[in-house]
Write a protein that binds this ligand. Structure first.
Ligand code: MG
Ligand code: ZN
Length: 223
């Protein structure tokens, strides 16, 4: 008898892409810009989001969906900086968010009062690269305490991302990290990648980030 091999992974991804289309449609209906923040664990993306909510949360009507493997600690941290509901998705072991979880999370969000949605993905530079969540763009966050070769080790993520945030620049005097090398590594993978250099801790370099977000949301600049 011939063997029929069913590629389960392919089917699951196809389902995900259908949900991502639905997410994209719902966001478009409400003119909402959405960014999918991806990073390795500990790059500081929750703190970057906290700063962003503090400064722009009201101005840009920001809503947040945040995923964690276990605990809703990040959601609790973010909730301190906004009067809006922060949607926590506990993936219960899964190392990425999928579009269906985001679609479900949208049900709890007041979309008429939202202009910018951040999806904080699970900290993992591998499989979140393959999962379309219906975002306008992926933004990869990494930090100077990681290697300059991170883009070379995780090429798919840097290829999929439209923007990169290099965070924790306040630590540059103390760590042997070559910013120019990291940027050139990233650009060999993805020449179109645009960089932000930030310290979410000291708030250095956040102004260009805020300007970027305002331009996308208020002036509808292309992503
Ligand atoms: Mg986090
Ligand atoms: Zn995963």
């Amino acid at each position: 008898m011939p063997v029929r091999r069913i590629d389960v992974r392919e089917r699951v991804m196809a389902r995900n892409d259908e949900f991502a289309v639905s997410v994209r449609e719902r966001l478009a209906d409400h003119s909402i810009m959405a960014f999918n923040l991806v990073s390795s664990p500990g790059s500081g993306k929750t703190l970057l989001l906290e700063r962003t909510l503090e400064t722009l949360g009201e101005e840009l009507d920001i809503a947040v969906v945040t995923g964690d493997v276990q605990t809703q600690n990040d959601a609790d941290r973010l909730a301190r900086h906004t009067t809006r509901l922060v949607q926590a998705v506990v993936t219960g072991g899964a190392c990425h968010l999928d579009a269906r979880q985001v679609l479900d999370a949208l049900d709890a969000i007041d979309l008429d009062r939202t202009r910018l949605l951040f999806i904080e993905n699970v900290g993992n530079l591998v499989c979140p690269a393959s999962w379309d969540l219906g975002e306008a763009a992926k933004i990869v966050v990494f930090s100077v305490t990681e290697g300059e070769d991170k883009p070379l080790k995780y090429p798919k993520m840097f290829e999929q991302a439209r923007y990169a945030v290099l965070n924790k620049t306040d630590l540059l005097p103390y760590v042997p990290f070559d910013v120019a090398l990291a940027e050139s590594n990233a650009k060999t993978i993805n020449p179109a990648l645009e960089f932000f250099l930030t310290s979410a801790l000291t708030e250095d370099g956040l102004e260009p980030w805020f300007t970027f977000l305002r331009e996308r949301v208020v002036h509808g600049a292309a992503v």
